[in-house]
Design a protein around this ligand. Structure first.
Ligand SMILES: [Zn+2]
Length: 159
């Protein structure tokens, strides 16, 4: 996990971040949370999602989930990179909004199914002054897996 500056993002990453922020502005949330996600698939197609907040997190849809489901709906399976930007009511504009536990599990599961086992996450504060680059391996070490050849040294996401 490393902190990076906006100016050091490449053109694709800046485009993803802009798409995610546009999606975040469409969030539906009773408490004012705005979270957007944009991911790029193996064909370099961008899929985005926003947060739909309901009474509890279980009934809500996360931006990451919507972006992933949009990609799956379009018939793609391999995600290369996802950008998440958020502005939560209780957060300041320079705080990042990392993916929730459910989203981490969701990405780990589909990555295992596709045999990719990792994806880059770029998580940005609303003002883009606090950006981290990480991976599902770092976000969810020792992820659940039904693979028979798993062992402790796998750290959750390798074959
Ligand atoms: Zn989530």
């Amino acid at each position: 996990m490393k902190k990076i500056e906006y100016k050091n993002l490449n053109t694709t990453e800046k485009k993803l971040l802009s798409t995610a922020q546009d999606a975040a502005l469409l969030s539906i949330s009773k408490d004012g949370h705005k979270v957007g996600a944009a991911l790029i698939d193996e064909n370099n197609k961008v899929h985005s999602g926003t947060t739909i907040g309901r009474t509890r997190i279980v009934g809500s849809v996360c931006a990451e989930q919507m972006a992933l489901d949009n990609m799956l709906y379009m018939g793609n399976k391999i995600q290369k990179k996802i950008v998440i930007i958020g502005k939560l009511n209780e957060y300041k504009e320079n705080m990042i909004c990392p993916p929730c536990g459910r989203c981490r599990e969701m990405f780990a599961e589909i990555l295992q199914e596709t045999g990719i086992y990792d994806i880059t996450f770029i998580i940005s504060s609303w003002n883009k002054k606090n950006i981290i680059k990480t991976s599902i391996k770092e976000l969810l070490p020792l992820a659940f897996s039904i693979k028979k050849d798993r062992n402790y040294e796998d750290s959750g996401n390798k074959k």
